[in-house]
Ligand binder design. Structure first.
Ligand SMILES: NC(=O)c1ccc[n+]([C@@H]2O[C@H](COP(=O)([O-])OP(=O)(O)OC[C@H]3O[C@@H](n4cnc5c(N)ncnc54)[C@H](O)[C@@H]3O)[C@@H](O)[C@H]2O)c1
Ligand SMILES: N[C@@H](CCSC[C@H]1O[C@@H](n2cnc3c(=O)[nH]cnc32)[C@H](O)[C@@H]1O)C(=O)O
Length: 411
């Protein structure tokens, strides 16, 4: 495609997303009127696709200058990247299927903007700032982190005394993880798996690795599609929850024997490895919807395989003994590398949180460390979302407020 066609295709995707992100539209209007980000330079590493573009436009409408790249080598949509790059005050360096060298090279180029605010999804920008670009730390007011894994990395840095800037854990807002990680990952992972394989889910045995927010969503939607569910966990409380939700729970060593489709959502490394590949059924399908490309140990799989071939777009078939194991999207996030990511209505809330937190960083002096999203901002996102959905709720009557605040009234 020539550039003009790419731009048109990217713009079309952005317009569709924008029209389905009403909370972010309200914030954008405020930003246009008040210009709270005037003079700020924002470095971003997020999945470069249409919903992210709407966030970028919103921040630019607030007066910011922006440089953005991807946070996953396989999630960039090139048409959106080109369309973004053409906009005023926005430079986009993301490219689909970039090498590791290109990926980190683009992170460097984004940091060349000399940011005072950063937005990460997985903490790769902040890692780079703290290792090779420490000269930038003096002028940074703060950063925002989009995902569970990034927050884990930042908290580990903080615990070691290695973190040198304030960061807001946007992932941990209730209006983020309860909806994005659960309903977003639940829907978009199955969208990615189904459009990539064009196979039936009903009647299959699906193994979900990890019963956190993403795992719950992925299990709930697989169950709705008619699959038989097995959950693996390391946390006894979450394992019990999966059991009470009606799913079989067992160690991966056993689940490996039964699974037709495996979906990883642990945020951990090496969850599917050589011990499991050797036990799997012929035709097993492996997908990751959790963390980078480390949940499925592809080095182990390659070492065990007598051959590897592409059998369909985004599907690699590994021959192990007499069996075939199919890995989707090279073990990277199946919903983004083999799909379009989360639904726009869900990213509306995640990115409304991001936009509000960027403004909060610009207007407040934060201490070094990992900060929670201010509760009033989190609740505002929920109120605005309800409003835009046309949903009304009750509020306490004075009598109820008094009762809820009192202690003298008993049976
Ligand atoms: N695909 C997406 O779009 C998307 C969306 C949101 C989050 N994420 C990522 O998904 C991952 C999970 O996020 P979350 O919010 O659900 O986290 P979470 O902490 O709520 O859940 C992870 C669960 O995995 C379990 N676990 C850890 N190691 C395990 C192992 N070896 N075997 C079995 N279970 C194990 C934990 O006990 C926990 O219950 C993170 O890496 C996060 O960044 C991806
Ligand atoms: N960057 C790492 C870490 C996980 S990304 C997981 C995050 O992606 C975000 N996400 C999911 N779908 C979309 C989307 O369509 N656009 C932008 N971000 C998304 C979501 O908020 C979630 O917290 C990686 O690629 O492996």
């Amino acid at each position: 495609m020539i550039d003009e066609e790419l731009i048109e295709s990217g713009e079309q995707k952005i317009e569709w997303a924008r029209n389905h992100m009403p909370v972010l539209s309200i914030i954008r209007k405020e930003f246009e009127d008040e210009k709270p980000l005037k003079g700020h330079r924002i470095a971003m590493a997020l999945h470069v696709e249409a919903k992210t573009a709407v966030l970028v436009e919103t921040l630019a409408a607030g007066g910011a200058e922006i440089a953005i790249t991807g946070c996953n080598p396989l999630s960039t949509q090139d048409d959106v990247a080109v369309a973004l790059d053409k906009k005023n005050n926005i430079d986009c360096f993301a490219k689909y299927d970039c090498s590791s060298k290109e990926y980190y090279g683009s992170i460097d180029r984004v940091l060349d903007i000399g940011p005072d605010i950063t937005i990460d999804d997985g903490a790769d920008l902040i890692f780079k700032i703290h290792t090779e670009r420490t000269e930038l730390l003096d002028s940074i007011l703060g950063g925002c982190e989009e995902t569970t894994t990034g927050v884990h990395r930042l908290k580990a840095m903080e615990a070691e005394g290695a973190l040198k800037m304030p960061v807001i854990a946007v992932n941990d807002a209730m209006t983020k993880f309860l909806f994005d990680n659960r309903y977003g990952t639940g829907q978009s992972s199955w969208d990615g798996i189904m459009r990539t394989t064009n196979l039936l889910v009903a009647g299959k045995t699906v193994v979900i690795g990890g019963y956190g927010w993403c795992g719950r969503g992925a299990a709930m939607r697989a169950s709705g599609l008619g699959a038989n569910l097995i959950v693996t966990e390391v946390d006894p409380i979450r394992a019990l929850e999966a059991k009470m939700d009606g799913f079989r729970v067992m160690p991966m060593q056993k689940a490996a024997l039964y699974g037709d489709i495996f979906v990883m959502t642990t945020g951990n490394t090496d969850v599917l490895n050589r011990d499991h590949f050797e036990l799997m059924k012929d035709g097993a399908i492996l997908a990751n919807s959790g963390h980078f490309n480390v949940e499925i140990n592809l080095e182990d799989l390659v070492a065990l395989s007598s051959s590897v071939r592409d059998v369909r777009k985004n599907i690699k078939e590994y021959t192990v003994g007499g069996n075939h194991i199919n890995v989707l999207a090279d073990g990277r996030l199946v919903n983004l590398a083999a799909g379009d990511g989360h639904p726009a209505e869900v990213m509306d809330m995640s990115f409304a949180n991001q936009a509000q937190c960027v403004r909060y960083i610009a207007e407040n002096e934060l201490n070094v460390g990992v900060h929670a999203v201010p509760q009033d901002l989190d609740v505002r996102v929920a109120r605005l979302k309800l409003e835009t959905l046309g949903v009304e709720i009750d509020s306490y009557s004075p009598k109820q407020a008094e009762y809820m605040g009192g202690w003298k009234c008993g049976t």
